[in-house]
Design a protein. Structure first.
Length: 368
């Protein structure tokens, strides 16, 4: 890890890990009847925090791809869905695929499927990324958008094999088993919360490791100028496809965790809208910050929940379109005043305060 990022990253883990543990223990023990929804007026729930953890895993990969490598992706939810359906199909549809029950019914089979899904999706993304990432700008955005639409249609249309009913069509797949460790069931929700955030902090640590490594320097060089990066020996096509594959693998891992959390997956969850929402989360948190991933996810989910539950108090006759308008206005304001995202913009604002204070003091106490 690079010397410049070490102190702030240590502080991030020193604050973040105890905070996440405290929230989990609060929900597990409920001391004196206290709970997360009771303390936040119902705005923040354990379900929301689990989703923040899942989105954090995806957004770390997306920030590496878009913020550091400068490659636009509007189809990240497709990889999220591929991981979710891979786990769902190979657990629920195991008999259809002639997987022996002695294997499919073991406690460790879903974990193996989860790892296989992330690996295969990452490899597929690397192969697809080699030709797609030759495009730039809005052409690349349209290509990734098209990729997401293709995956969505395949999931919706049973992979072109309606007689097997692999994906369940519009209705998706139900009855996905909960994860276990031996005989220990990772449920109720607070147990699964700890699992998801274990993976989330692992994703953050991996992202920080990549950023402060030789690969991270290559990615920043590619973002700055691909021609200049090639002139100093950076294998631009390889690095772009590699980070595209890594971001896809992380999204697929999050998708598998989502499938075992919800126990139901439907194609509509992984369409264009969710992909766009992921890009918004990345921008709000800060694309050029790994720590921006959890902040971006938490901010967007909290804003959505606040508008859904509180907007009717301000506008009694407000319908869904008013929520969309208010949500859009809030995003515009965030991007106007913090164009680099909450994490980067917030840190710059905090760093500027001592200098402003010193300038004010010098002007106030100028001699004469």
């Amino acid at each position: 890890m690079g010397r410049t990022g070490f102190p702030s990253n240590v502080i991030g883990f020193a604050i973040g890990v105890p905070l996440i543990l405290a929230i989990g223990m609060l929900e597990a023990l409920r001391p004196m009847g206290l709970s997360l929804p009771a303390l936040t007026g119902g705005l923040l729930t354990l379900d929301t925090m689990i989703r923040v953890g899942l989105f954090t895993i995806i957004l770390v990969g997306l920030n590496l791809l878009m913020g550091y490598a400068g490659q636009v992706s509007l189809g990240q939810a497709a990889f999220y869905g591929m991981g979710a359906f891979f786990s769902a199909i190979l657990t629920v549809r195991a008999r259809t695929l002639s997987i022996p029950p002695a294997l499919a019914e073991t406690w460790w089979w879903p974990w193996v499927v989860m790892g296989m899904g992330a690996l295969l999706v990452g490899m597929a993304a690397y192969g697809i990324g080699r030709p797609i990432l030759r495009l730039r700008g809005h052409y690349l955005a349209m290509a990734t958008l098209g990729l997401g639409i293709v995956v969505y249609i395949l999931l919706r249309e049973n992979m072109g094999l309606p007689h097997l009913n692999l994906t369940g069509g519009f209705d998706g797949i139900q009855g996905i088993p909960r994860l276990r460790l031996g005989g220990f069931l990772l449920w109720p929700a607070w147990r699964y919360y700890f699992l998801v955030w274990l993976f989330a902090f692992g994703a953050i640590a991996l992202g920080l490791r990549v950023v402060h490594s030789r690969v991270g320097r290559a990615l920043r060089a590619i973002h700055g100028s691909e021609i200049a990066a090639e002139s100093v020996g950076v294998e631009v096509p390889h690095y772009k496809a590699m980070i595209f594959g890594l971001s896809a693998a992380m999204a697929a891992l999050a998708g598998s965790l989502y499938a075992h959390f919800q126990t139901t997956v439907i194609p509509a969850t992984f369409g264009f809208g969710p992909s766009l929402e992921l890009v918004v989360m990345s921008a709000v948190g800060g694309m050029t910050s790994i720590w921006g991933a959890p902040f971006g996810a938490l901010t967007i989910l909290l804003v959505q929940e606040a508008l859904r539950t509180q907007l009717h108090r301000v506008l009694p006759n407000a319908q869904g379109e008013f929520e969309a308008i208010a949500f859009g206005l809030i995003l515009v304001l965030i991007m106007m005043f913090l164009p680099d995202g909450l994490t980067v913009g917030g840190l710059r604002w905090l760093q500027s305060r001592p200098r402003l204070h010193i300038r004010f003091a010098r002007r106030s106490f100028k001699p004469g």
